[in-house]
Structure formats: C-alpha cells, structure tokens
Design a protein around this ligand. Structure first.
Ligand code: SF4
Length: 178
C-alpha cells in the first residue's frame, strides 16, 4: 500500500507567499513511471532522470523513481494534502495496472514519444475547415499536442471515414487508460 508523506515545505521561489512542497512515497516508483507517462496526456517522461512530470488539478507535479515527489507551489498545506491524496489514487491505479499487465510494451512508449504537431497533423482530415475554431488543421494539431484542444474539438475527425485516424490519434495521446 502506497503511503505519501510531506517531507519538506519551503517558500516558493517565484511566489514567496506560496509553499513549495516536497513529499516522499514509502516505496520506489520506478515501475509506475512509464505507466503514468502513457496514461496522463501531455506528461513528460525522462528515463535518464527517472521522472515523470504532469499537471494535476492545474499544479505541476514531478514523480521520481525514488519515490520523491515535487509539487507545484500552493497557498496552503491542506491544498497539498488533497493533491497528494489524488496522486496516491493515481499511483495505486498505475500499480494495479502493473500488477495485471506488467511493464508497458516499449512500442507504446515509442508511439507516445512521436506526439508532435507534425505527426498529429498527418492524421487529421486536413480540410482546414476551421470548424474547430482554429485557422486550420496544423494550428489545431499544435494545440492538441500541448493540451489546449482535444480530439472532440474537431467535428470532422468524428466522421466514419476518419475512424482509423481517430483511433490512432487517441492511442498516441493516451496509450493507457487507468
Ligand atoms: S475542424 Fe478538424 S478538419 Fe477542420 S480545420 Fe479543425 S482540425 Fe482541421
């Protein structure tokens, strides 16, 4: 059972009225890092540093393979406690996934790494119809890559003739669902 405890509180460098919180899990988290990366859209994974960084309720969170956790700056410790509770649930789901399926297929990591506007664009309908509110498909692809848009925002790709492209993009954006 994963437990997470707050390990440090220091004033936030950029916003001194806020607190920078570090926490520590009671066990190493190396197995769950690639799973988190594949399950959390727009997360960043560094195998070399043994870390995954992502937004949780709008706060930047970095989880390290050692079990160390860095939280973005928060106004009060109670906010950090709630965020850590949510993070714990996420880690438990990732561990459950690992116990059921083992380490993710490296091919999934490769697909996820290819997530960039050019690759996304190649799977969009390329009609530049602007129904998504963007100037065209490439602008949409850039926003999809950074999380400002979702596939649901493109009405065209919902059409039956694009089903394969849509499925591939969904897999690329979120290869694992926890
Ligand atoms: S709605 Fe879809 S097809 Fe139309 S411009 Fe936007 S991304 Fe391209």
């Amino acid at each position: 059972m994963i437990e997470i405890k707050i390990a440090g509180k220091t004033p936030c460098l950029l916003e001194p009225r806020k607190l920078q919180i570090t926490a520590q899990a009671n066990e190493p988290l190396d197995e769950v890092l690639p799973i988190l990366y594949l399950a959390i859209p727009h997360s960043q994974y560094s195998k070399a540093f043994g870390s995954v960084t992502f937004l949780l309720e709008g706060k930047l969170v970095t989880v390290y393979s050692s079990g160390k956790i860095n939280l973005g700056c928060v106004f009060r410790e109670e906010i950090a406690v709630k965020l850590l509770e949510k993070l714990k649930n996420l880690l438990l789901k990732a561990l459950e996934y690992y116990e059921k399926h083992g380490a993710p297929d490296p091919k999934l990591l490769e697909v996820r790494k290819k997530l960039n506007p050019i690759e996304i664009y190649s799977y969009l309908p390329k009609t530049n119809c602007k129904e998504c509110g963007e100037q065209g498909c490439f602008a949409f692809a850039a926003k999809l890559a950074n999380g400002e848009k979702t596939l649901q925002d493109c009405p065209k790709i919902q059409l039956p003739q694009y089903i394969n492209n849509k499925t591939y993009l969904e897999k690329m954006l979120q290869p694992i669902k926890l």
